[in-house]
Design a binder for this molecule. Structure first.
Ligand SMILES: [Zn+2]
Length: 486
Protein backbone atom coordinates (compact mmCIF):
# COMPACT_ATOMS: atom_id res chain seq x y z
CA UNK A 1 0.00 0.00 0.00
CA UNK A 2 2.75 2.31 1.08
CA UNK A 3 4.68 1.71 -2.13
CA UNK A 4 1.62 2.43 -4.28
CA UNK A 5 1.02 5.58 -2.28
CA UNK A 6 4.67 6.65 -2.78
CA UNK A 7 4.39 6.01 -6.52
CA UNK A 8 1.27 8.16 -6.70
CA UNK A 9 3.05 10.97 -4.86
CA UNK A 10 6.04 10.73 -7.23
CA UNK A 11 3.78 10.72 -10.26
CA UNK A 12 1.87 13.68 -8.88
CA UNK A 13 5.05 15.66 -8.26
CA UNK A 14 6.37 14.79 -11.71
CA UNK A 15 3.09 15.92 -13.21
CA UNK A 16 3.27 19.21 -11.28
CA UNK A 17 6.81 19.77 -12.54
CA UNK A 18 5.66 19.10 -16.12
CA UNK A 19 2.76 21.51 -15.70
CA UNK A 20 5.08 24.19 -14.38
CA UNK A 21 7.37 23.70 -17.36
CA UNK A 22 4.65 23.68 -19.96
CA UNK A 23 2.31 26.03 -18.09
CA UNK A 24 4.46 28.91 -16.93
CA UNK A 25 7.19 28.60 -19.55
CA UNK A 26 5.34 27.65 -22.67
CA UNK A 27 7.18 27.79 -25.97
CA UNK A 28 6.76 30.71 -28.32
CA UNK A 29 4.78 28.46 -30.67
CA UNK A 30 2.72 27.21 -27.73
CA UNK A 31 1.66 30.76 -26.91
CA UNK A 32 0.89 31.45 -30.57
CA UNK A 33 -1.36 28.39 -30.62
CA UNK A 34 -3.09 29.76 -27.55
CA UNK A 35 -3.86 33.18 -29.08
CA UNK A 36 -5.12 31.47 -32.23
CA UNK A 37 -7.44 29.30 -30.13
CA UNK A 38 -8.66 32.28 -28.12
CA UNK A 39 -9.45 34.14 -31.34
CA UNK A 40 -11.34 31.18 -32.78
CA UNK A 41 -13.41 31.19 -29.60
CA UNK A 42 -13.99 34.95 -29.88
CA UNK A 43 -14.98 34.82 -33.55
CA UNK A 44 -18.69 35.33 -32.91
CA UNK A 45 -18.06 38.18 -30.47
CA UNK A 46 -15.69 39.92 -32.89
CA UNK A 47 -18.14 39.47 -35.74
CA UNK A 48 -20.92 41.00 -33.66
CA UNK A 49 -18.75 43.99 -32.74
CA UNK A 50 -17.76 44.48 -36.38
CA UNK A 51 -21.39 44.31 -37.51
CA UNK A 52 -22.43 46.85 -34.88
CA UNK A 53 -19.76 49.30 -36.05
CA UNK A 54 -20.93 48.64 -39.65
CA UNK A 55 -24.47 49.52 -38.60
CA UNK A 56 -23.42 52.69 -36.75
CA UNK A 57 -21.58 53.76 -39.96
CA UNK A 58 -20.26 56.89 -38.24
CA UNK A 59 -18.16 59.25 -40.34
CA UNK A 60 -14.86 60.85 -39.28
CA UNK A 61 -14.86 62.61 -35.89
CA UNK A 62 -18.39 61.42 -35.16
CA UNK A 63 -17.50 57.81 -34.29
CA UNK A 64 -18.95 58.07 -30.78
CA UNK A 65 -20.95 54.83 -30.65
CA UNK A 66 -18.19 52.84 -32.37
CA UNK A 67 -15.52 54.07 -29.95
CA UNK A 68 -17.86 53.50 -26.99
CA UNK A 69 -18.46 49.88 -27.97
CA UNK A 70 -14.75 49.11 -28.34
CA UNK A 71 -13.90 50.87 -25.06
CA UNK A 72 -16.61 48.92 -23.22
CA UNK A 73 -15.08 45.61 -24.27
CA UNK A 74 -11.56 46.74 -23.43
CA UNK A 75 -12.56 47.94 -19.96
CA UNK A 76 -14.49 44.73 -19.32
CA UNK A 77 -11.35 42.80 -20.15
CA UNK A 78 -9.18 44.73 -17.70
CA UNK A 79 -7.61 47.36 -19.96
CA UNK A 80 -7.01 50.87 -18.65
CA UNK A 81 -8.53 53.28 -21.12
CA UNK A 82 -7.88 56.97 -21.77
CA UNK A 83 -10.48 58.61 -23.96
CA UNK A 84 -10.62 61.88 -25.87
CA UNK A 85 -6.84 61.97 -26.31
CA UNK A 86 -5.06 64.52 -28.56
CA UNK A 87 -8.21 66.73 -28.58
CA UNK A 88 -10.06 64.02 -30.49
CA UNK A 89 -13.28 63.12 -28.62
CA UNK A 90 -13.54 59.73 -30.37
CA UNK A 91 -9.90 58.68 -29.92
CA UNK A 92 -8.72 56.38 -27.15
CA UNK A 93 -5.71 54.50 -25.86
CA UNK A 94 -6.21 51.21 -23.98
CA UNK A 95 -3.34 49.56 -22.11
CA UNK A 96 -2.75 46.31 -20.30
CA UNK A 97 0.37 45.15 -18.46
CA UNK A 98 3.45 47.07 -17.45
CA UNK A 99 6.96 47.80 -18.57
CA UNK A 100 8.76 46.93 -21.77
CA UNK A 101 8.30 45.88 -24.47
CA UNK A 102 5.34 48.11 -25.34
CA UNK A 103 3.43 46.78 -28.33
CA UNK A 104 0.96 49.04 -30.06
CA UNK A 105 -1.94 47.93 -32.25
CA UNK A 106 -3.94 50.42 -34.32
CA UNK A 107 -7.70 50.37 -34.80
CA UNK A 108 -9.77 52.56 -37.14
CA UNK A 109 -13.59 52.81 -37.26
CA UNK A 110 -14.73 55.72 -39.40
CA UNK A 111 -17.19 55.26 -42.27
CA UNK A 112 -17.50 57.21 -45.52
CA UNK A 113 -20.24 59.72 -46.30
CA UNK A 114 -22.76 58.94 -49.03
CA UNK A 115 -21.96 55.21 -49.18
CA UNK A 116 -24.95 53.77 -47.38
CA UNK A 117 -25.48 50.23 -48.63
CA UNK A 118 -27.45 47.21 -47.51
CA UNK A 119 -26.00 43.79 -46.78
CA UNK A 120 -26.68 42.63 -50.35
CA UNK A 121 -24.40 41.63 -53.25
CA UNK A 122 -25.95 44.33 -55.45
CA UNK A 123 -26.28 48.07 -55.01
CA UNK A 124 -29.09 48.88 -52.59
CA UNK A 125 -29.04 52.04 -50.52
CA UNK A 126 -29.90 51.36 -46.87
CA UNK A 127 -30.38 54.95 -45.68
CA UNK A 128 -30.87 57.66 -48.30
CA UNK A 129 -27.90 60.03 -48.07
CA UNK A 130 -26.38 57.94 -45.27
CA UNK A 131 -22.85 56.76 -44.76
CA UNK A 132 -21.29 53.32 -45.09
CA UNK A 133 -18.16 51.32 -44.38
CA UNK A 134 -16.69 51.58 -47.86
CA UNK A 135 -13.16 51.05 -46.57
CA UNK A 136 -14.02 48.20 -44.18
CA UNK A 137 -12.95 50.04 -41.04
CA UNK A 138 -15.58 48.17 -39.01
CA UNK A 139 -13.51 45.03 -39.69
CA UNK A 140 -10.29 46.94 -38.98
CA UNK A 141 -11.65 47.95 -35.55
CA UNK A 142 -12.82 44.52 -34.50
CA UNK A 143 -9.79 42.62 -35.87
CA UNK A 144 -7.41 44.86 -33.95
CA UNK A 145 -9.51 44.63 -30.81
CA UNK A 146 -9.41 40.84 -31.10
CA UNK A 147 -5.62 40.80 -31.36
CA UNK A 148 -5.26 43.02 -28.28
CA UNK A 149 -7.70 40.93 -26.23
CA UNK A 150 -6.02 37.65 -27.20
CA UNK A 151 -2.51 38.89 -26.38
CA UNK A 152 -3.76 40.25 -23.06
CA UNK A 153 -5.31 36.91 -22.16
CA UNK A 154 -2.07 34.97 -22.61
CA UNK A 155 -0.06 37.72 -20.89
CA UNK A 156 -2.31 37.45 -17.87
CA UNK A 157 -2.37 33.65 -17.84
CA UNK A 158 1.39 33.26 -18.13
CA UNK A 159 2.35 36.44 -16.27
CA UNK A 160 4.30 37.77 -19.24
CA UNK A 161 6.21 41.01 -18.87
CA UNK A 162 5.35 43.92 -21.14
CA UNK A 163 2.50 46.17 -22.23
CA UNK A 164 -0.11 45.75 -24.93
CA UNK A 165 -1.78 48.91 -26.11
CA UNK A 166 -4.69 49.37 -28.50
CA UNK A 167 -5.01 52.80 -30.14
CA UNK A 168 -8.48 53.89 -31.19
CA UNK A 169 -7.68 56.14 -34.15
CA UNK A 170 -10.53 58.22 -35.52
CA UNK A 171 -10.99 60.08 -38.79
CA UNK A 172 -8.52 58.23 -41.02
CA UNK A 173 -10.68 59.21 -43.99
CA UNK A 174 -10.64 62.88 -43.09
CA UNK A 175 -8.23 64.87 -40.89
CA UNK A 176 -6.16 61.81 -39.96
CA UNK A 177 -6.53 61.20 -36.25
CA UNK A 178 -3.07 59.64 -36.02
CA UNK A 179 -1.54 62.88 -37.23
CA UNK A 180 -2.75 64.61 -34.08
CA UNK A 181 -2.00 61.61 -31.86
CA UNK A 182 1.55 61.47 -33.26
CA UNK A 183 2.09 65.20 -32.66
CA UNK A 184 0.99 64.63 -29.05
CA UNK A 185 3.76 62.02 -28.67
CA UNK A 186 1.33 59.18 -27.95
CA UNK A 187 3.35 56.65 -29.94
CA UNK A 188 6.77 57.74 -28.67
CA UNK A 189 7.32 55.02 -26.06
CA UNK A 190 6.28 52.09 -28.26
CA UNK A 191 8.77 49.40 -29.28
CA UNK A 192 6.73 48.32 -32.27
CA UNK A 193 3.37 49.13 -33.82
CA UNK A 194 1.15 46.72 -35.72
CA UNK A 195 -1.68 47.61 -38.08
CA UNK A 196 -3.71 46.03 -40.85
CA UNK A 197 -6.27 46.96 -43.46
CA UNK A 198 -9.03 45.11 -45.31
CA UNK A 199 -8.07 44.44 -48.92
CA UNK A 200 -8.78 42.05 -51.76
CA UNK A 201 -5.38 40.40 -51.35
CA UNK A 202 -3.62 38.79 -48.40
CA UNK A 203 -0.06 39.93 -47.80
CA UNK A 204 2.28 41.72 -45.48
CA UNK A 205 2.28 45.11 -47.15
CA UNK A 206 5.73 46.49 -47.80
CA UNK A 207 4.80 48.53 -50.86
CA UNK A 208 4.56 51.72 -48.84
CA UNK A 209 2.23 54.69 -49.32
CA UNK A 210 2.46 58.20 -50.74
CA UNK A 211 3.17 61.36 -48.82
CA UNK A 212 0.43 63.97 -49.07
CA UNK A 213 -0.28 67.63 -48.33
CA UNK A 214 -3.88 68.67 -47.81
CA UNK A 215 -4.58 72.37 -48.43
CA UNK A 216 -7.45 74.76 -48.83
CA UNK A 217 -6.92 77.84 -50.96
CA UNK A 218 -9.29 80.75 -50.38
CA UNK A 219 -9.78 83.89 -52.44
CA UNK A 220 -11.71 87.00 -51.42
CA UNK A 221 -12.92 89.55 -53.97
CA UNK A 222 -15.74 92.09 -54.23
CA UNK A 223 -19.39 91.42 -55.09
CA UNK A 224 -21.29 93.42 -57.67
CA UNK A 225 -24.16 92.97 -60.14
CA UNK A 226 -22.79 90.72 -62.88
CA UNK A 227 -24.72 92.61 -65.62
CA UNK A 228 -25.40 96.12 -64.27
CA UNK A 229 -21.97 97.04 -62.83
CA UNK A 230 -19.56 94.09 -63.25
CA UNK A 231 -16.60 96.52 -63.46
CA UNK A 232 -17.06 97.22 -59.77
CA UNK A 233 -16.67 93.53 -58.93
CA UNK A 234 -13.57 91.42 -58.20
CA UNK A 235 -14.30 87.77 -58.90
CA UNK A 236 -13.00 85.20 -56.46
CA UNK A 237 -14.29 82.54 -58.86
CA UNK A 238 -11.95 83.87 -61.58
CA UNK A 239 -9.10 83.40 -59.13
CA UNK A 240 -10.17 79.83 -58.35
CA UNK A 241 -10.46 78.99 -62.06
CA UNK A 242 -7.07 80.51 -62.86
CA UNK A 243 -5.50 78.53 -60.02
CA UNK A 244 -7.03 75.34 -61.38
CA UNK A 245 -5.69 76.23 -64.84
CA UNK A 246 -2.25 76.85 -63.34
CA UNK A 247 -2.26 73.51 -61.51
CA UNK A 248 -3.26 71.70 -64.68
CA UNK A 249 -0.48 73.42 -66.64
CA UNK A 250 1.95 72.43 -63.88
CA UNK A 251 0.79 68.82 -64.18
CA UNK A 252 2.93 68.35 -67.30
CA UNK A 253 6.08 69.42 -65.48
CA UNK A 254 6.05 67.28 -62.36
CA UNK A 255 7.49 63.82 -61.77
CA UNK A 256 5.23 60.96 -62.93
CA UNK A 257 4.80 59.87 -59.31
CA UNK A 258 3.00 63.14 -58.42
CA UNK A 259 -0.79 63.17 -58.01
CA UNK A 260 -2.76 66.42 -57.72
CA UNK A 261 -6.51 66.41 -57.24
CA UNK A 262 -8.95 69.09 -56.20
CA UNK A 263 -12.57 70.06 -55.77
CA UNK A 264 -14.05 73.56 -55.92
CA UNK A 265 -16.02 73.84 -52.71
CA UNK A 266 -17.06 77.49 -53.09
CA UNK A 267 -17.54 79.24 -56.41
CA UNK A 268 -20.36 81.71 -55.85
CA UNK A 269 -24.07 81.41 -55.26
CA UNK A 270 -25.88 82.72 -58.35
CA UNK A 271 -24.70 83.89 -61.79
CA UNK A 272 -25.92 87.48 -61.34
CA UNK A 273 -23.58 88.23 -58.44
CA UNK A 274 -19.84 88.47 -59.05
CA UNK A 275 -18.62 85.90 -56.48
CA UNK A 276 -16.69 87.58 -53.67
CA UNK A 277 -15.54 84.30 -52.15
CA UNK A 278 -14.05 81.17 -53.66
CA UNK A 279 -12.40 78.08 -52.26
CA UNK A 280 -10.39 75.24 -53.73
CA UNK A 281 -9.57 72.09 -51.80
CA UNK A 282 -6.38 70.49 -53.10
CA UNK A 283 -4.38 67.34 -52.33
CA UNK A 284 -0.83 66.95 -53.57
CA UNK A 285 0.86 63.55 -53.33
CA UNK A 286 4.22 62.10 -54.22
CA UNK A 287 6.47 59.19 -53.23
CA UNK A 288 8.28 61.29 -50.63
CA UNK A 289 7.49 64.22 -48.44
CA UNK A 290 10.31 66.12 -50.11
CA UNK A 291 8.67 65.58 -53.51
CA UNK A 292 5.35 66.92 -52.20
CA UNK A 293 7.09 70.00 -50.79
CA UNK A 294 8.58 70.89 -54.19
CA UNK A 295 5.15 70.77 -55.88
CA UNK A 296 3.37 72.66 -53.08
CA UNK A 297 5.92 75.48 -53.30
CA UNK A 298 5.08 75.82 -57.01
CA UNK A 299 1.34 75.82 -56.24
CA UNK A 300 1.95 78.62 -53.72
CA UNK A 301 3.58 80.67 -56.51
CA UNK A 302 0.59 80.05 -58.81
CA UNK A 303 -1.75 81.27 -56.06
CA UNK A 304 0.32 84.41 -55.44
CA UNK A 305 0.39 85.17 -59.18
CA UNK A 306 -3.34 84.62 -59.54
CA UNK A 307 -4.10 86.92 -56.60
CA UNK A 308 -2.00 89.64 -58.22
CA UNK A 309 -3.61 89.16 -61.62
CA UNK A 310 -7.20 89.18 -60.31
CA UNK A 311 -6.84 91.71 -57.50
CA UNK A 312 -8.13 89.21 -54.95
CA UNK A 313 -6.78 88.50 -51.48
CA UNK A 314 -5.67 84.92 -50.85
CA UNK A 315 -5.18 82.60 -47.92
CA UNK A 316 -3.73 79.09 -47.87
CA UNK A 317 -4.80 76.84 -45.03
CA UNK A 318 -2.48 73.87 -44.52
CA UNK A 319 -4.86 71.25 -43.13
CA UNK A 320 -2.61 68.25 -42.84
CA UNK A 321 0.40 66.47 -44.19
CA UNK A 322 1.33 62.80 -44.11
CA UNK A 323 4.70 61.21 -44.55
CA UNK A 324 5.23 58.29 -46.92
CA UNK A 325 5.32 54.91 -45.17
CA UNK A 326 8.68 53.89 -43.71
CA UNK A 327 8.72 50.15 -44.32
CA UNK A 328 10.45 47.86 -41.83
CA UNK A 329 11.50 44.66 -43.58
CA UNK A 330 12.85 42.89 -40.49
CA UNK A 331 9.51 43.14 -38.71
CA UNK A 332 7.57 42.45 -41.90
CA UNK A 333 9.42 39.14 -42.32
CA UNK A 334 8.35 38.10 -38.81
CA UNK A 335 4.76 38.99 -39.63
CA UNK A 336 4.97 37.14 -42.95
CA UNK A 337 6.15 33.95 -41.19
CA UNK A 338 3.13 34.09 -38.90
CA UNK A 339 0.82 34.71 -41.86
CA UNK A 340 2.23 31.61 -43.56
CA UNK A 341 1.94 29.58 -40.37
CA UNK A 342 -1.75 30.48 -40.02
CA UNK A 343 -2.44 29.88 -43.71
CA UNK A 344 -4.93 31.28 -46.19
CA UNK A 345 -8.65 31.76 -45.63
CA UNK A 346 -10.88 29.00 -46.91
CA UNK A 347 -14.22 30.07 -48.37
CA UNK A 348 -17.48 28.21 -48.85
CA UNK A 349 -19.27 27.93 -52.20
CA UNK A 350 -21.88 30.45 -51.00
CA UNK A 351 -19.20 32.98 -50.06
CA UNK A 352 -17.56 32.64 -53.46
CA UNK A 353 -20.92 33.04 -55.17
CA UNK A 354 -21.64 36.18 -53.12
CA UNK A 355 -18.26 37.60 -54.11
CA UNK A 356 -18.81 36.87 -57.80
CA UNK A 357 -22.22 38.52 -57.72
CA UNK A 358 -20.65 41.68 -56.27
CA UNK A 359 -18.05 41.58 -59.06
CA UNK A 360 -20.74 41.16 -61.70
CA UNK A 361 -22.76 44.04 -60.28
CA UNK A 362 -19.74 46.32 -60.17
CA UNK A 363 -18.47 45.54 -63.70
CA UNK A 364 -15.45 43.70 -62.34
CA UNK A 365 -14.05 40.43 -63.69
CA UNK A 366 -15.81 37.58 -61.87
CA UNK A 367 -12.73 35.90 -60.40
CA UNK A 368 -14.13 35.55 -56.90
CA UNK A 369 -11.91 35.84 -53.83
CA UNK A 370 -8.14 35.73 -53.88
CA UNK A 371 -7.09 33.97 -50.70
CA UNK A 372 -3.53 32.78 -51.36
CA UNK A 373 -0.80 34.47 -49.38
CA UNK A 374 1.33 36.73 -51.54
CA UNK A 375 5.09 36.56 -51.22
CA UNK A 376 6.80 39.39 -49.40
CA UNK A 377 7.63 41.95 -52.09
CA UNK A 378 10.42 44.47 -52.34
CA UNK A 379 9.50 47.94 -51.03
CA UNK A 380 8.58 50.19 -53.93
CA UNK A 381 10.45 53.45 -54.59
CA UNK A 382 7.29 54.90 -56.07
CA UNK A 383 4.33 53.38 -54.22
CA UNK A 384 0.93 53.18 -55.90
CA UNK A 385 -1.46 56.10 -55.40
CA UNK A 386 -2.82 56.44 -51.91
CA UNK A 387 -1.82 57.72 -48.49
CA UNK A 388 -2.53 56.75 -44.91
CA UNK A 389 -1.97 58.34 -41.53
CA UNK A 390 -0.48 55.01 -40.36
CA UNK A 391 2.63 56.32 -42.14
CA UNK A 392 2.99 58.99 -39.42
CA UNK A 393 3.48 56.26 -36.82
CA UNK A 394 6.02 54.51 -39.07
CA UNK A 395 8.47 57.42 -38.62
CA UNK A 396 8.21 57.24 -34.83
CA UNK A 397 8.43 53.50 -34.25
CA UNK A 398 8.92 50.40 -36.46
CA UNK A 399 5.46 49.80 -37.92
CA UNK A 400 4.12 46.68 -39.62
CA UNK A 401 1.19 46.59 -41.96
CA UNK A 402 -0.91 43.62 -43.02
CA UNK A 403 -3.49 43.42 -45.81
CA UNK A 404 -6.13 40.73 -45.42
CA UNK A 405 -8.66 39.64 -48.01
CA UNK A 406 -12.06 40.93 -46.94
CA UNK A 407 -13.60 41.67 -50.33
CA UNK A 408 -13.85 40.28 -53.90
CA UNK A 409 -10.78 40.79 -56.05
CA UNK A 410 -10.58 43.95 -58.12
CA UNK A 411 -13.77 45.71 -56.96
CA UNK A 412 -13.61 49.50 -56.71
CA UNK A 413 -12.55 50.50 -53.22
CA UNK A 414 -14.50 53.22 -51.35
CA UNK A 415 -17.64 51.98 -53.05
CA UNK A 416 -20.92 50.18 -52.23
CA UNK A 417 -19.18 46.88 -53.07
CA UNK A 418 -16.82 47.18 -50.07
CA UNK A 419 -19.74 48.07 -47.77
CA UNK A 420 -21.56 44.96 -49.02
CA UNK A 421 -18.50 42.80 -48.25
CA UNK A 422 -17.82 44.25 -44.81
CA UNK A 423 -20.88 42.81 -43.08
CA UNK A 424 -20.55 39.42 -44.66
CA UNK A 425 -18.60 36.25 -43.86
CA UNK A 426 -15.99 37.23 -46.48
CA UNK A 427 -15.19 40.30 -44.38
CA UNK A 428 -15.52 38.48 -41.06
CA UNK A 429 -13.05 35.79 -42.10
CA UNK A 430 -10.57 38.48 -43.07
CA UNK A 431 -10.80 40.16 -39.69
CA UNK A 432 -10.19 36.86 -37.93
CA UNK A 433 -7.11 36.15 -40.05
CA UNK A 434 -5.78 39.66 -39.39
CA UNK A 435 -6.38 39.29 -35.65
CA UNK A 436 -4.47 35.99 -35.60
CA UNK A 437 -1.51 37.35 -37.56
CA UNK A 438 -1.26 40.45 -35.37
CA UNK A 439 -1.63 38.48 -32.13
CA UNK A 440 1.01 35.87 -33.06
CA UNK A 441 3.36 38.62 -34.20
CA UNK A 442 2.75 40.38 -30.90
CA UNK A 443 3.78 37.17 -29.10
CA UNK A 444 7.07 37.16 -31.04
CA UNK A 445 7.80 40.69 -29.87
CA UNK A 446 6.84 39.95 -26.27
CA UNK A 447 9.21 36.99 -26.04
CA UNK A 448 12.04 37.70 -28.45
CA UNK A 449 14.13 40.68 -27.51
CA UNK A 450 16.64 39.96 -30.28
CA UNK A 451 14.00 40.45 -32.95
CA UNK A 452 13.04 43.81 -31.48
CA UNK A 453 16.69 44.90 -31.46
CA UNK A 454 17.15 43.88 -35.12
CA UNK A 455 14.01 45.70 -36.15
CA UNK A 456 15.05 48.86 -34.32
CA UNK A 457 18.46 48.71 -35.96
CA UNK A 458 16.89 48.76 -39.44
CA UNK A 459 14.53 51.54 -38.36
CA UNK A 460 17.40 53.69 -37.12
CA UNK A 461 19.41 53.15 -40.29
CA UNK A 462 16.46 54.16 -42.48
CA UNK A 463 15.74 57.29 -40.43
CA UNK A 464 19.23 58.60 -41.25
CA UNK A 465 19.06 60.87 -38.23
CA UNK A 466 15.62 62.29 -39.09
CA UNK A 467 13.44 63.06 -36.09
CA UNK A 468 9.70 62.91 -36.68
CA UNK A 469 8.17 66.31 -37.27
CA UNK A 470 4.41 66.68 -37.54
CA UNK A 471 3.05 68.23 -40.73
CA UNK A 472 0.27 70.15 -39.01
CA UNK A 473 0.94 73.74 -38.04
CA UNK A 474 1.80 74.16 -34.32
CA UNK A 475 -1.23 74.82 -32.17
CA UNK A 476 -3.71 73.71 -34.83
CA UNK A 477 -6.42 71.59 -33.23
CA UNK A 478 -8.55 68.99 -34.98
CA UNK A 479 -11.92 70.38 -36.05
CA UNK A 480 -14.79 69.60 -33.73
CA UNK A 481 -17.75 68.07 -35.46
CA UNK A 482 -21.24 67.90 -34.06
CA UNK A 483 -23.81 65.48 -35.40
CA UNK A 484 -26.66 67.14 -37.24
CA UNK A 485 -29.77 65.86 -35.50
CA UNK A 486 -32.12 66.75 -38.35
ZN1 LIG B 1 -9.19 52.62 -45.04
Amino acid sequence: MKKIYLNIVILFLFGMAQMTLSGDNPSQQGLKNEVIKILDQKYQLLTNISDSVWEYAEIALLEHESAKLLVEHLKKDGFTVEQGIADLPTAFMASYGSGKPIIGILAEYDALPGLSQDNTPFKKVLVEGGSGHGCGHNLFASGSLGAALAIKEVMEKHKLKGTIRLYGCPAEEDVGGKLYMAREGLFDDLDVCIAWHPDYETKVDVKGSQAIDDLEIEFSGKASHAAFDPWKGVSALDAVEMTVFGINQLREHVRPSVRMHYVITHGGKVPNIVPDYGKLWLWVRDSTREGVKIVVERVEKIVQGVALATGTAHKIHYKGSYHEMLVNLTGSRIMHKNLEMIGPIIYTKEELAYAKRIQKESDTKEVGLVCEIKELEEPSKDPEGGSTDVAEVSWIVPTLYLSATCAPYGIPWHSWAVVASSRHAIGHKGLLLAAKVMATTGIDFLLDEEVLTEMKKEFKEKLKGYKYKSGIPPGQKPPLRVKNSS
